[in-house]
Design a protein around this ligand. Structure first.
Ligand SMILES: Cc1ncc(COP(=O)(O)O)c(C=O)c1O
Length: 411
């Protein structure tokens, strides 16, 4: 095979994958209509665009009551606050996720308790959750990571047994289904990010799916400066302004029109990717759980064996990028996260409970291995292309393998 592109050879793929976000005149029209209406913001909540978007998003996800917010971080903070979870309470989160899962807990005043993830899915390990429960534990935040879902049967069983709240972090799982239930409808809350890279996007934005109308009223009150949203019209709590704007909601409504076709395409291509990758030596395809019936996802993660590739995942990703394959190494493990530095901050929770933040003493072997050696995150755009788009990924990986020694020499 030709020289590696990183060493000046011809890349496997020169054509770009489809760009994101997708837009057309419908988006321009929807935004123009809101601008002409004069009702741009999120007050009074919900405005006409917001009410419709919330309704249709919950409908697509298959249940619950949606409350729209500024992003998919405050959604989790608000979920905890709505359940009166705060100062000194423990919330269990996975070691392999975006820093938002932990920062949202601290913003609510609670303590993130980090546990390891499962080797097959890189999602939170239910056994580790169980082992971390104390009398202070109040909630679990499973993250449906990449193209996988956390084992929700096991999580819900544990939550039921210990009377814990479940907030599903569905930032990567719009449209996904566990059995017949949509992601985000299994726990008391499902938190979705609509940030620009996500598969339903409004530029920035978040949605909190709430299991009951009563919970949604409490949540709406918190995000709408404490204004009453319950039937009696009584003020619920001290709130803040986390509202989404009408302009964003209008974009969301159009995004939902496109979403089913895009999700279907990604799902078909992901199945083809599973099959194709399983033939590549040194690659481990993550295991999709049988109850994960609809695989609607954000990015696609697989694991490389650094011994077989001769290098770790960072060098593989760099070389793949040069071959025209958009990918990255994903998150750092939560206890090594450069974005998550409680010791350097004056944040209230780490300052008050330093015993929970002894990161040097923590060890999460699966998350560490994934984040520091193995995981390759393939960009979502690859899965909106075609079979040739997938074949190019396989070709590029095989090219890297056939130049293993040069790769190893470079790093
Ligand atoms: C797993 C996970 N949770 C939460 C978030 C936070 O979402 P947002 O950027 O909308 O605040 C993200 C965003 O990337 C994420 O990947």
């Amino acid at each position: 095979m030709d020289k590696l592109a990183i060493l000046g050879g011809t890349p496997v793929r020169e054509a770009p994958y489809p760009s994101w976000p997708v837009f057309d005149d419908r988006d321009v029209q929807a935004v123009s209509d809101v601008i002409r209406s004069g009702n741009w913001g999120g007050y009074p909540y919900p405005g006409p665009q917001s009410a419709q978007f919330a309704f249709h998003f919950a409908e697509m996800q298959g249940g619950g009551y949606a409350v729209l917010m500024a992003n998919g971080t405050v959604t989790m903070e608000v979920a905890l606050r709505a359940m009166n979870i705060g100062w000194g309470d423990e919330v269990i989160i996975p070691a392999y996720t975006f820093q938002a899962t932990a920062s949202a807990v601290m913003q609510a005043g609670a303590i993130p308790v980090i546990v390891d993830v499962n080797f097959d899915t890189y999602c939170i390990d239910p056994k580790a959750v169980e082992a971390a429960i104390t009398h202070k534990t109040k909630a679990i935040i499973p993250v449906h990571l990449g193209a996988e879902m956390a084992d929700m049967d096991a999580i819900l069983k544990i939550a039921h047994l210990h009377d814990l709240v479940v907030v599903e972090d569905c930032a990567h799982a719009h449209g996904a289904r566990w059995g017949r239930s949509g992601a985000g409808t299994l726990g008391q809350f499902g938190s979705f990010s609509l940030q620009s890279s996500k598969t339903v996007t409004t530029g920035e934005g978040g949605i909190l799916l709430c299991q009951t109308h009563e919970l949604a009223s409490r949540v709406a009150s918190i995000i709408d400066c404490g204004r009453p949203h319950d039937e009696n019209g009584s003020l619920f709590t001290m709130g803040t302004n986390y509202r989404m704007t009408e302009i964003q909601a209008a974009l969301g409504l159009i995004a939902l029109q496109r979403f089913p076709q895009q999700a279907k395409q990604r799902q078909t291509m992901a199945a083809y990717m599973d099959e194709s990758l399983s033939e590549v030596p040194g690659v481990r395809v993550l295991k999709r759980q049988p109850r994960h019936t609809t695989r609607s996802f954000y990015q696609y993660i697989f694991a490389i064996n650094p011994q077989i590739f001769g290098v770790k995942h960072d060098a593989v990703c760099l070389a793949l990028e040069k071959e025209g394959i958009p990918c990255d190494v994903g998150y750092e493990p939560m206890h090594h996260y450069s974005l998550f530095q409680p010791k350097l901050s004056k944040l209230a929770v780490p300052s008050a409970f330093p015993q929970y933040f002894n990161f040097d003493m923590m060890h999460f072997p699966v998350a560490e291995q994934a984040a520091e050696a193995e995981a390759v995150w393939l960009d979502e755009s690859i899965f909106r292309s075609d079979e040739k788009g997938i074949d190019d990924v396989i070709l590029a990986l095989k090219k890297l393998l056939s130049h293993r020694d040069e790769l190893a020499e470079m790093s």
